[in-house]
Ligand binder design. Structure first.
Ligand code: SAH
Length: 252
């Protein structure tokens, strides 16, 4: 008998991404960062999943990326791609919780995290991870964001239940400023990064997933919850997206 988390991992490990995003979004966020290209940098990619964005980063920076996730199955998928693309010298994986990272003080030039910081909360993440960042180093995070100041009650209530820290970009930027970062860039990702890259591949997997788990009650409930999320997104997509936040840790 599988646990709910095992079923969720099974559903999500057979798709290329575990959250909304795209290669273009990753490159756009990276474009806000000015590094001296002649010096190799140290990067942590936290909550990397199967590493779609880790591979894009590795192909576009000089240096080394430590890709962290709590679940070994995602890291196995990333490792297979790393070998296939010959990126072993640029990416290593680490099975750890983002709450309890074994990194040294000011170890990294760049901390990256796409669609994952919500697991500990945006504010907690920017506070905790700052310790690992060099002064002048950058953090780049994507995080669920309201696109305007007002929205229908239905979508507000739905997200307040899932993740009450959902907020507007100005409030997220304020959290960065209040915690010793200087905002360097913000944009929100397009609908195609949600539908084409995340929800559609997920929907395509539902039938196989249900069959594999003999239409168990737990598997059915998981699919129903995903369907509700997809439906809510499609209905209210003008009001929310993933915001991408890039900020520099200010020099003391
Ligand atoms: N960055 C990837 C995955 C985003 S989904 C992408 O955009 O495709 C969120 C990821 O956070 C999942 O891979 C999940 O396994 C991971 N995760 C959840 N809780 C975690 C924790 N406490 N520590 C580290 N990773 C965690």
């Amino acid at each position: 008998m599988n646990t709910e988390i095992e079923l969720l991992i099974d559903l999500h490990s057979n798709t290329n991404r575990q959250g909304p995003g795209s290669k273009a979004d990753t490159l756009k966020a990276l474009s806000f960062i000015n590094f001296d290209k002649s010096k190799p940098i140290k990067v942590a990619d936290i909550g990397c999943g199967s590493g779609a964005q880790t591979l894009v980063l590795a192909q576009n920076i000089e240096g080394h990326i430590t890709a962290v996730d709590l679940f070994p199955l995602f890291l196995e998928r990333l490792k297979a791609n790393v070998i296939e693309l010959g990126l072993e010298h640029k990416i290593s994986t680490l099975e750890k919780s983002m709450e309890d990272l074994p990194f040294a003080h000011e170890e990294f030039d760049l901390i990256w995290s796409e669609g994952a910081v919500y697991n500990i909360g945006f504010e907690e993440g920017v506070k905790k991870w700052k310790h690992f960042l060099k002064p002048g180093g950058y953090i780049a995070l994507s995080e669920i964001t309201w696109l305007s100041n007002t929205r229908p009650d239905d979508i507000q209530e739905y997200w307040d239940n899932i993740y009450p820290q959902i907020d507007t970009a100005s409030n997220k930027l304020k959290i960065l400023e209040e915690n010793g970062y200087s905002p360097a860039g913000y944009f929100y990702i397009p609908v195609s990064s949600w539908i084409d890259n995340y929800y559609q591949p997920l929907e395509d997997r539902f039938d196989k997933f249900l069959e594999k788990h003999n239409h168990s009650e737990m598997a059915i409930n998981i699919v129903e919850a995903e369907k509700e999320e997809i439906q809510m997104y499609k209905k209210f997509k003008d009001f929310l997206s993933y915001g991408f936040y890039v900020a520099m840790k200010i020099q003391p």
